[in-house]
Design a protein around this ligand. Structure first.
Ligand code: BGC
Length: 452
């Protein structure tokens, strides 16, 4: 067990390490009314009752936030393209939308910020949803056509692509938990089929991009939930933690590594052989840990989720709970992905924390976990903090705040949190120093233990 306060020396990162922020189209742009998330909002499914509205107003004014990122000394920014803008109706392409994305990418380059472009971040055009979403037989081809168009139009301004954000969350929260559209509950079969279809869509996109840009770097962003046994000595709890981890994290990385899914997921996944080897890097998104174990009072649940006592909790969503804030999971996820033999980026990590009481610790602990992974020989090349500005948090609307910079969505006024200065100091030094910890994480000495 090590704690942040035991950091005696400066943690320096390799030259060229990317210090960035992650964002997404629907959560930032505003005015997206042609995707399934807008329909979901109209149907009253945003728990806080909020409207996405202008979001962070990026469709008109992203450049102002790019200025802020530049002033912070960041050298990387992950943003996504809104498929429903680029292909508003099937096979119809919107040149103006692509032109706006060209401006945005150009603006990033002018500020010395390297864009990583995500091609799918949870939102589908309404026409795609109406055809069955990723359950439609030709979904991978449809996705490939869109990606081809986007890369033809933007390829001179970007060679760093993230095909799909968190296929596991899209599938699990949409088809099993029901909090994301289409709102199915317990539909295990389609949870697997959707992820498998997304893996085939990813593979088709991977090849399409490489046909246009042989030197492109193409990967995806996988969400990693961390699960540990409630009673580490119990074989049963350990087994349940292992099964939870497999069912949550494993399908996509395994398909890319081996071209197959493990039992019993292979029963529904279909042919994944073409998925094997389709990545130039892997992205880790990680936020939480849950302790799990057998709970006989909940026989309908294969495991019980609980939060470790004393562990830090973020601001919580309405009606469910998010697990323990667990930036240390970065090192664990990096170890899980290391066998792929590809560079790794932390494409997201962050915390819902309006008061900014945990965020400095979360950043410091995440940076420490990355340093640990690199010291073990893992080729980890960058960190994209979720997120630059408070943004529209899906089913939670504006009720949970992930920004380094606070936003009043009514006035669009921005107020940097202390964490923005802390992260900026790390990015500019390409290092985390003890002085920074003293200044920005004074409560590190009471902070939760960093266990691994
Ligand atoms: C998603 C983001 C989201 C963040 C915080 C990730 O699962 O990719 O879109 O805002 O977590 O919940």
């Amino acid at each position: 067990m090590a704690t942040i306060d035991q950091a005696q020396q400066t943690l320096t990162f390799p030259d060229g390490f990317r210090w960035g922020v992650a964002t997404s189209s629907h959560q930032y742009e505003g005015g997206n009314t042609n995707n399934q998330w807008y329909a979901w909002e109209q149907a009253g499914h945003i728990r806080s009752g909020d409207r996405c509205g202008l979001a962070c107003d990026w469709w008109a004014n992203a450049e102002r936030d790019f200025d802020r990122a530049q002033a912070m000394g960041l050298n990387a920014l992950r943003l996504s393209l809104e498929w429903s803008r680029i292909e508003p109706r099937m096979d119809e392409w919107d040149a103006e939308a692509l032109q706006r994305y060209r401006q945005m990418l150009q603006a990033l380059h002018e500020r010395g910020i390297e864009p990583m472009v995500t091609l799918h971040h949870f939102t589908d055009p309404l026409w795609f949803t109406a055809r069955g979403g990723f359950l439609a037989g030709d979904a991978p081809e449809r996705f490939e056509r869109y990606v081809t168009h986007a890369v033809e139009a933007l390829g001179d301004l970007c060679d760093f692509w993230c095909t799909i954000n968190e296929p596991n969350i899209y599938a699990i929260v949409g088809y099993q938990i029901g909090r994301f559209p289409p709102g199915h509950h317990g539909d295990l079969r389609n949870t697997i089929r959707v992820q498998a279809s997304m893996a085939r869509a990813h593979a088709a996109a991977y090849h399409a991009i490489h046909r246009l840009q042989p030197a492109a770097r193409v990967g995806w962003a996988q969400n990693f939930g961390m699960f540990d046994p409630i009673r580490p000595t119990s074989r049963l709890d350990r087994f349940i933690a292992h099964m939870a981890e497999i069912s949550f994290n494993d399908l996509f990385p395994r398909a890319i590594q081996t071209g197959a899914a493990s039992f019993p997921y292979n029963l529904f996944a279909g042919d994944l052989r073409k998925v094997q080897g389709t990545c130039d890097y892997a992205g880790i998104n990680t936020y939480y840990r849950d302790l799990v174990g057998l709970d006989l009072r909940q026989p309908w649940q294969p495991f019980k989720r609980i939060v470790a006592s004393g562990a830090p909790l973020s601001d919580q969503p309405i009606g469910i709970s998010w697990g323990e804030v667990y930036p240390q999971g970065i090192a664990r996820a990096a170890r899980l992905l290391a066998p792929l033999g590809k560079p790794i980026y932390v494409t997201e990590s962050g915390v819902a924390d309006r008061a900014d009481r945990l965020r400095p610790w979360q950043i410091a602990a995440g940076v420490r976990a990355m340093h640990e992974a690199i010291a073990e020989g893992i080729d980890l090349r960058g960190y994209y903090h979720w997120s630059l500005v408070d943004n529209f948090e899906w089913a939670e609307g504006w009720s949970t705040r992930f920004g380094l910079i606070a936003l009043d969505p009514e006035t669009q006024e921005r107020t940097p949190r202390r964490s923005a200065a802390f992260y900026s100091a790390i990015a500019q030094a390409n290092a985390l120093t003890l002085e920074m910890l003293r200044e920005y994480v004074p409560n590190a000495f009471d902070a939760p233990a960093v266990t691994s």
